[in-house]
Design a protein around this ligand. Sequence first.
Ligand SMILES: *Cc1c(COP(=O)(O)O)cnc(C)c1O
Length: 431
Amino acid sequence: MLETQKLKKLSNYRLGLEFAKEQDQADTLSHYRDLFHIPKDNNGNNLIYFCGNSLGLQPKTTKQYIEQELDDWAKLGVEAHTEGKNPWVHYHEFLTESMANVVGAKPHEVVVMNSLTANLHFMMVSFYKPTKKRYKILIEGDAFPSDKYAVESQLRHHGYNDKEGLILWKSRENEELARYEDLESILKAQGHEIALVMIGGVNYYTGQFFDLKRIASLAHKHGCMVGFDCAHGAGNVELNLHDSGADFAVWCTYKYMNSGPGSLSGCFVHERHANDKTLNRFTGWWSHNKETRFNMRDEFDQLKGAEGWQLSNPPILSMAAIRASADMFNEVGMKKLVEKSRQLTGYFEFLVNELNNPNIKIITPSSPTERGCQLSIQVKNAKKVLHTKLTELGVITDWREPDVIRCAPTPLYNTFEDVFNMVKKLKTVLK
Ligand SMILES: *Cc1c(COP(=O)(O)O)cnc(C)c1O
């Protein structure tokens, strides 16, 4: 409570629409909103879109980026692989640097390929190396279902019982957030049996942004490999993946990174593993040395760095959409983005708290360093109808059973006025 009071004081938020308007005017990133298509209701009014944590909005430049590749395909056919404006054989390289900046990694630690859950599996081929004594996998208590299913199936694939082999880092009874001291106790007691610690960098449900470095060093101390699923972190918080020391990380690009439905995933492999040819991995022609890839030689020559985990020649149209968005992120920079994000989400938190509604509880951490832009608002005794009503009033949020609305005011295209109007409508609905 003290913490919240201190923050409120520091940030000087005020009630009333005037304040929101002032903040939007002072916002140096406000013009980015105009670079996005904002969904509208039937009367042509902008919706209040708080679902960037699920599917980010479309940048207006995305079409151009994709059209460029469609044109080259039309004009050049297969030749566009080498003769196109953006030669396709190198296309993934156009994304590497900006993606590395977004997640805080070195360029050779990052590659864009496949989809997210697929990458999680490919990373586990290399970094989940179970032995009879050490085969368990630790994940957070309310991990994203796909991640849970993926690690369970890896356990079964290696011949282990998925109930016995899966360890959950759960929050305590009547609490929502996971505590580090509990992780420490689990590792102290069972660390010698755990092969892999795989945590969602920002938990999708509570919005808790974990201390990646702390988790990685704890797990390493106990001899476990460490991977992070940063689907809710990439483009939302400063991940500093390299410094975290994690062995690997994966994320998708269609949430905060605005790259379109089902778009490709990003993958990080720490440089200490970059050239390790002894690591087990699944390979394809795109994991082969670029210089000699098309000689179609018999013997395999492992490509160095994260790129060496690629398998297939990638879908260029999807990569073009990622490039449109990554260019924008690169221009803004995560530092500025996070600065605005904290201001915007802090304001959101302030207004929700000012509702003074005893049925409402924000389960996301109140400390700005332990969250991104998402606030998960628990509404006691609410039913899904609450969410439906909000949608009818033009507010797009996400409902999670039993009683949580997840709301993500994203700093690139949401405004302080959006936040003001959202809370006003929430108040109406709560009555
Ligand atoms: C969104 C999300 C997924 C979705 O996986 P796909 O393979 O892209 O469908 C998986 N894990 C987490 C943590 C997510 O947030």
